[in-house]
Design a protein around this ligand. Sequence first.
Ligand code: SF4
Length: 185
Amino acid sequence: MSCCAPCSAGAIKQLADGEIPNVDDFIVLFFNPNIFPAAEYDKRLAEQIRYCEQFGVKYAIGEYDHVAWRDAVRGMENEPERGARCSICFQFRFEYARRWATEHGYDAVTSVFGVSRHKSQSQVDDAGNNALGAQYIPIKWDEELRQQIGRASDFYRQNYCGCEFSMRPTRDKNNAEKQKIIPIR
Ligand code: SF4
């Protein structure tokens, strides 16, 4: 599972180069209904597709239903990044991956949700294990490779995790004001 092109860059190259043992076939699943607003989702999706196509790897796109995601994290809006809202957010996406993998004949799921320095890999792995059990494969991706590709690329780079609650107040104040965040009830 991928959240965006910059986080997945190294992992996709490692998988495409056959560096990860016991992987015969893989597909990049982009299921990120957490991303807000829709224009930001479109930008991240376009970058993900561009990067997959550059490597000739398969990709699939899950539904973008931000209202359903908001329902899932209701009551946790004020949690900090790495808090309870993020656990539910990861789990929500992993549960979708479990259903998707079963329907499409894939027997294991991994992710790049934990590669950002703002994320907790163990929190991601806990959510993966909860949602997928033995079908979840935690992988320690090559961080140096990811950074190397990032430096050499012209990726669109977001400055917040994805949801409206992760827009960092100092950097994203103007952004949030412009986007007029309206609570979904
Ligand atoms: S900060 Fe990121 S991981 Fe946490 S709830 Fe928001 S989008 Fe999900």
